[in-house]
Design a protein around this ligand. Structure first.
Ligand code: FAD
Length: 347
């Protein structure tokens, strides 16, 4: 890419940068290149606007600049045994907080506690007409006004360039264990996912590898309680349940999207479907999110269009961030016009 690149170092530089360009695409570390399309645009990198501004372990909140890498946040939280339970994605690849919010990406942990939008409580962003807008707050209990921070989740840089983000965090579980449940058919796999999701086990993650006919159940809490739940699950599906020994590597392959390294692209689809059975895929959040690894995005685009669902291109370069059926509404168009009347950000 040879687009002009600006690297503001502070909010007022960013305001000037946005005001001086006709079309602006904000970028973090470009771990998701298909989401920052560019030709005839100016790239505005947030890589110089980094760092944790405030961390209040006793309040379970932190505020950081949006170019901050998530691995930095993870390490700082981890020193106080705290974490972001939605399992941020592509952390080792270098994902930033801003890119994570803009792409709306959450990992397997979203099943129990919710996704990015359940943890963001405040944000500061620069709108298309160069205003610095502060929304939400720095305290968990805050119900004032329309929740704009949540609107920024999944906005893909369309509504504004985020500069500061505030999140709530949780205490880290004392231990985790992962069970692998072998299934004899796709129908049984779906059935077991549903049984696990509606059980009283309060699982931390319910994922599946349909092509391998395996359901993966992550249990988190005190070790003794985890073992008790594991025994109950084992006796429910006797003979099919085993403890996954390489669980850290397994969950890492999900959050870093390396589960099919031989494929060039990974696309996120908000559904599970038998249509994908011939493709390399991983199902997350009890069957509500499917990660499809493919070399043929054109073919996948056609399949998703036929199904009437959108797919977000998360790994690999592509000419558009969304493939398949793009849903737009008057509401989203009106919000876009209200928040950036000059059409500076991606459409
Ligand atoms: C526990 C759980 C239960 C669920 N239950 C259901 C359910 O019952 N029914 C159901 O349908 N879904 C369900 N889902 C799926 C969920 O609602 C979302 O559709 C999906 O998980 C993606 O959500 P997200 O917050 O990560 O990203 P989203 O904000 O939904 O979007 C994903 C990404 O795609 C982009 N995108 C998607 N569509 C468009 C578009 N038209 N235009 C522009 N950008 C777009 C967004 O910008 C974003 O970056 C469930 C998910 C979970 C975790």
């Amino acid at each position: 890419m040879n687009e002009p690149l600006l690297k503001p170092t502070c909010e007022s530089d960013l305001v000037d940068a946005i005001a001086s360009c006709e079309h602006v695409v904000a970028i973090g570390n470009r771990t998701k290149p298909a989401m920052s399309p560019g030709s005839g645009v100016t790239l505005v990198s947030l890589s110089a606007m980094t760092g944790i501004i405030e961390y209040e372990p006793s309040e379970f909140t932190f505020t950081a600049r949006s170019g901050t890498r998530i691995d930095e946040v993870r390490d700082v939280l981890s020193e106080r045994n705290q974490y972001l339970p939605f399992d941020p994605m592509l952390v080792d690849a270098g994902a930033t907080l801003g890119g994570t919010v803009a792409s709306g990406l959450s990992g397997p942990g979203r099943f129990r506690f919710g996704g990015v939008r359940d943890f963001i409580i405040g944000c500061v962003f620069v709108s298309g007409d160069g205003k610095v807008i502060r929304s939400g707050g720095k305290v968990v209990k805050n119900a004032a006004g329309f929740d704009i921070p949540k609107l920024m989740v999944g906005s893909l840089g369309r509504l504004g360039v985020m500069t500061e983000l505030t999140f709530k965090v949780f205490p880290k579980p004392l231990s985790t264990l992962t069970l692998s449940v072998a299934c004899e058919s796709y129908t049984q796999l779906i059935d077991r996912i549903q049984q696990a999701a509606s059980s009283r086990w309060e699982l931390d993650a319910i994922d599946a590898r349909p092509n391998e006919l395996k359901v993966l159940l992550r249990i988190a809490g005190p070790q003794e309680a985890n073992q008790a739940i594991a025994s109950e699950i084992t006796s429910r599906w006797t003979g099919d349940v085993s403890e996954l020994e390489s669980c850290e590597a397994f969950w890492h392959s999900v959050t870093e999207l390396t589960f099919a390294p031989h494929r060039s692209h990974v696309v996120k689809v908000p559904t599970a479907s038998t249509v994908f059975s011939s493709l390399d895929h991983h199902v997350s959040a009890a069957g509500n999110v499917t990660w499809i690894a493919t070399d043929d995005v054109t073919d996948l685009d056609a399949k998703l269009t036929k199904l009437g669902v959108p797919g977000l291109v998360v790994r690999g370069e592509w000419s558009a961030s969304i493939v398949g059926k793009i849903h737009t509404s008057h509401m989203s168009r009106n919000i876009k016009t209200a928040m950036e009347p000059h059409g500076r950000f991606p459409g």
